[in-house]
Design a protein. Structure first.
Ligand SMILES: NC(=O)c1ccc[n+]([C@@H]2O[C@H](COP(=O)([O-])OP(=O)(O)OC[C@H]3O[C@@H](n4cnc5c(N)ncnc54)[C@H](OP(=O)(O)O)[C@@H]3O)[C@@H](O)[C@H]2O)c1
Length: 293
């Protein structure tokens, strides 16, 4: 079995977690809506993650909605003491599965209570405020009322740490003036590198950066360069994409998503994959190729 501790650790709030974690979004049904096709398989993925040493799981109550959190609870509760479950709030799902903003104080408070109930927790370790000013990417706009609500919930003891998601550097600065921000979760991967400067700044500030869509998301990464580097290293393209992220900056925590035990094992094995300097140089050019395509 892979030793995922080989990828190292980083701090998340007042805990230290392994840099290879797991993102639970793929456990709900198609389109992250409704129940999974195979509930037993979803439970098995979570149990395998924990058995493999994963101590950081990313989720949200709007996956399903409610479904993913209920599966996490069924598979893992009572939770191992070292498991950090990170959730996110500020969206809701329409009857057709659409992703809608839910950023009012009342909706945010309700979302925290929904997460607590469905996960079976008294306090949420980390809650990310997911900006819905932009649905598909960060868009400027104040998040002050939302952060104040979350800080209130923190003072009430329902939330231990606060993070932000789908946000700009300006919004993070605003967040840090209201509460301690322990992590930022934005879209980033080997081909999608808009956050390069932000990652370096957060690393200097000691804040975890947790890329979502580390494998490309709903359309997993496809690149001839990635495939040829992987072949030379005797690895898979997905493993190389994750190993590249681990090398990119020390504050990057990975939460690749999968609904399959086989893919989970494959992804966790990236912890042991070394990237020689020549491979790294080739891989660093992939973002330019993606822009040119
Ligand atoms: N803050 C936000 O706005 C936001 C948005 C999206 C996601 N997230 C979080 O980020 C986490 C990761 O994102 P994600 O799951 O959407 O995207 P991802 O990790 O980039 O990729 C998941 C996709 O890759 C496939 N996959 C996984 N491992 C594979 C492998 N070894 N070989 C081939 N295909 C593989 C999965 O299919 P299979 O199921 O078939 O393996 C799935 O289609 C989510 O779980 C969620 O917690 C946050």
């Amino acid at each position: 079995m892979t030793d995922i501790s080989k990828a190292g650790t980083y701090k998340l709030g007042d805990r230290t977690v392994k840099r290879l974690g797991y993102g639970a979004m793929q456990l709900a049904g198609p389109g992250v809506f409704g129940p999974p096709r195979d509930r037993e398989a979803a439970l098995a993925v979570l149990r395998e993650a924990i058995a493999s040493g994963v101590d950081h799981i990313d989720t949200s109550d709007f996956y399903g909605p409610h479904v993913t959190n209920q599966i996490i609870r069924e598979a893992l509760h009572p939770y191992p003491a070292n498991l950090t479950i990170v959730t996110k709030i500020s969206a809701r799902r329409g009857d057709d599965g659409s992703w809608l903003p839910a950023m009012s104080p009342k909706e945010l408070t309700q979302a925290v209570h929904d997460n607590l109930r469905n996960l079976g927790l008294d306090v949420l370790e980390v809650v990310n405020l997911r900006s819905m000013h932009g649905i598909h990417g960060p868009a400027e706009g104040s998040l002050k009322p939302q952060l104040n609500t979350l800080a209130d919930l923190q003072r009430q003891g329902l939330v231990r740490h606060i993070g932000m998601s789908n946000v700009t550097a300006t919004q993070i600065a605003e967040g840090r003036s209201i509460a301690e921000i322990v992590c930022v979760q934005n879209q980033y991967n080997i081909a999608h590198r808009e956050d390069d400067a932000l990652i370096d700044q957060l690393a200097a500030d000691g804040i975890a950066y947790v890329p979502f869509f580390p494998l490309g998301g709903f359309s997993p990464l496809q690149s001839d360069t990635l495939a040829s580097v992987a072949q030379k290293l005797g690895a898979t393209p997905m493993q190389v994409a994750l190993a590249w992220l681990l090398r990119r900056a020390p504050n990057i925590l990975l939460i690749p998503g999968t609904s399959s035990v086989g893919h989970l094992r494959e992804n966790l094995a990236a912890a042991e994959l070394e990237l020689p300097a020549d491979a790294l140089a080739v891989l660093n050019g992939i973002a330019g190729e993606a822009r040119a395509a």
